[in-house]
Design a protein around this ligand. Sequence first.
Ligand code: NAD
Ligand code: MG
Length: 394
Amino acid sequence: MKGICILGSTGSIGVSTLDVVARHPDRYRVVALTANGNIDRLFEQCRAHRPSYAVTIRAEAAADLRQRLAAVGLGGIEVLSGAEALAQVASLPEVDSVMAAIVGAAGLLPTLAAARAGKEVLLANKEALVMSGQLFMAEVVRSGARLLPIDSEHNAVFQCMPAAYRAGTEAVGVRRILLTASGGPFLHMPVAELESVTPEQAVAHPNWVMGRKISVDSATMMNKGLEVIEACLLFNMQPDDVQVVVHRQSVIHSMVDYVDGTVLAQMGTPDMRIPIAHALAWPDRFESGAEPLDLFAVHQLNFERPDLARFPCLGLAYEAVRAGGTAPAILNAANEAAVAAFLDRRLAFTGIPRVIEHCMATLSPAAADAIESVLQADSETRKVAQKYIDDLRV
Ligand code: NAD
Ligand code: MG
């Protein structure tokens, strides 16, 4: 029986994780749940899963939740608040596994705390890894934590790699990683129309139902850019050896190309409960609740090259990973600021890569040798991005 802490339990990944966990009460006990907004959902999750701890970011939300829990006889659940409480519950001795499912940079410190405490880290929060890069990977090695990828592509790659890959992918005969991408909702829209697409159009993903931020990232293909960086770090690959392949059906979740010409692919229906269940059960397997794959219904698998002129964010991500140091943290912070502005209707969709390009041209990357340098790059970039977004509006 393992204890699990779910950082970001009210989000898309958090909800899917609880769905899988609830199917296996003999394997997992929910120790802690955390949320930013959506206290109603957190309350319902506390009623259903009876964690020992619940964490909110704002103190008023915690007070409200405490009262509501007490009213239904669940006053025994300890309700904490504040960003530090996230790191605290992620490091509890009764926690074995931490699902890192907060969106964006807000997840960095608690996810890092879980790694430092030597937990099994189930990593969905790709921004945390992209920002902190080798620092994060070094903490995992130092503490003996186990890092299991939840992002469907990286989970697929992990499933297609032999266990010995950690000693070096070259030694196990890996030539390339083929990272599949759906291409998002605007894959074939005339480029001239991209300028005026709305947040509603951008978050309507053809194959996956996800949080708003990652949905916009899928529409710009920055999601794939962040995933290229994530793949380089998780599997110790060079950027040139990570090839993005547009695959509209989202049936193949990624592939590993070996030196002998073998290509191993992992397939399944587009349902995040599959990678989540894989990581939760690893090295065993158990049921996820996902529908079995019906290849006759899929009928066809198509592949195309990504169009870097249509999706400049993808090229910018390759540039950032090649530059190294804090460049990926700058890329990520600029993107987070730009996506938030787009969702607030303060920036056009095509303004997103412009903001990122501006930040990358203005700020020089430093060595990412301490978490403080990463956090500094993050906050400096947000200021530069904000000013640029404000200037674009006048
Ligand atoms: P979401 O927006 O649905 O949920 C985000 C969660 O984080 C919520 O519980 C929210 O309360 C919490 N949160 C937001 N801001 C916070 C803050 N400042 N402090 C503390 N908590 C905060 O997002 P999601 O789609 O579940 O994605 C979560 C992460 O998983 C992202 O990094 C995303 O890239 C990654 N991911 C998601 C999917 C997917 O299918 N949704 C697939 C692969 C990877
Ligand atoms: Mg993904």
